[in-house]
Design a protein around this ligand. Structure first.
Ligand SMILES: [Zn+2]
Length: 269
């Protein structure tokens, strides 16, 4: 199996979002300090059954975020991306055509993860069911999602991970017949957030989405500033850490500046 790290531009947020403080989102708005620009990765897994895409990255429409009504979207996040950095053109230059893609899995529906959906008009798209319910319509827009930016044809398959233990995770679902690619519930950053684990021989590649913004924050159990339930988020970080201690694991958060190198050099957590 081969996994490609596809960087779809960069993003920056307030420092209080990455490392949560006492009052969560309020602290994010009050924080004058921005993080460095960090990458936004999407992933393409070349599996014998077909390519599985995990997250779709950013799209150039995000450059217009300051016109959105939601105050978080408007003021608390900024993007850099050019059209050829979107996932579609990058897949083409990797030689991966739309027909090669078996499915697209989204860890959650935040705008830097669903921003490349327009490139997958003919693919089966899997989205956590609870995430889809929260992101839809006007209420979704109030919550900071961008459902009005979804392609008109967007009609994903909602997935409700069954109670099926996978290591320390209570809910999981196989994404391939062999069970070598598994979606696991990693609630916290959003209540229905999922991650994708690729089992490659003795090693695991953990596509973490925004379960943590980088590896150090996962290892230290530091909850971010947008998790609604800090206890749940902390339990998820602890579960991920236990998982990384149970087998050699390459841990790959979407926005970790080291994720690309860690995958290329197979560095374990
Ligand atoms: Zn997110």
């Amino acid at each position: 199996m081969r996994i490609h790290a596809i960087q779809t531009g960069t993003v920056r947020v307030k420092t209080a979002q990455v490392q949560g403080r006492r009052h969560g989102l309020i602290d994010v708005f009050l924080d004058p300090n921005w993080t460095d620009w960090v990458p936004t990765y999407a992933w393409a897994i070349e599996h014998p059954d077909g390519v599985i895409i995990v997250d779709s990255g950013q799209g150039t429409h995000l450059l217009e975020h300051s016109r959105e009504l939601n105050p978080y979207v408007r003021w608390e996040v900024a993007f850099q991306i050019q059209r050829e950095q979107e996932i579609g053109p990058q897949l083409r230059s990797l030689g991966i055509g739309l027909r090669d893609i078996k499915k697209v899995v989204l860890t959650h529906l935040h705008m830097d993860h669903d921003g490349g959906l327009a490139h997958f008009p003919d693919s089966e798209i899997l989205v956590p069911a609870g995430e889809l319910a929260k992101a839809r319509g006007w209420l979704g827009r109030l919550r900071g999602y961008l459902p009005h930016r979804w392609p008109t044809w967007f009609d994903p398959k909602p997935v409700d991970l069954p109670t099926e233990p996978f290591g320390p995770f209570t809910h999981s679902q196989r994404l391939t017949k062999e069970g070598d690619i598994v979606a696991v519930a990693t609630p916290g950053h959003t209540p229905d957030h999922i991650s994708v684990v690729v089992q490659d021989g003795d090693a695991a590649i953990f596509l973490a989405g925004d379960a943590s913004y980088n590896q150090a924050l996962m290892l230290s159990g530091t909850v971010d500033g947008v998790s609604a339930d800090r206890k749940v988020a902390k339990a998820t970080l602890a579960a991920i850490k236990r998982f990384t201690q149970s087998r050699p694991t390459i841990y790959l958060p979407t926005h970790d500046p080291e994720s690309g190198t860690r995958l290329a050099q197979r560095q374990y957590a």
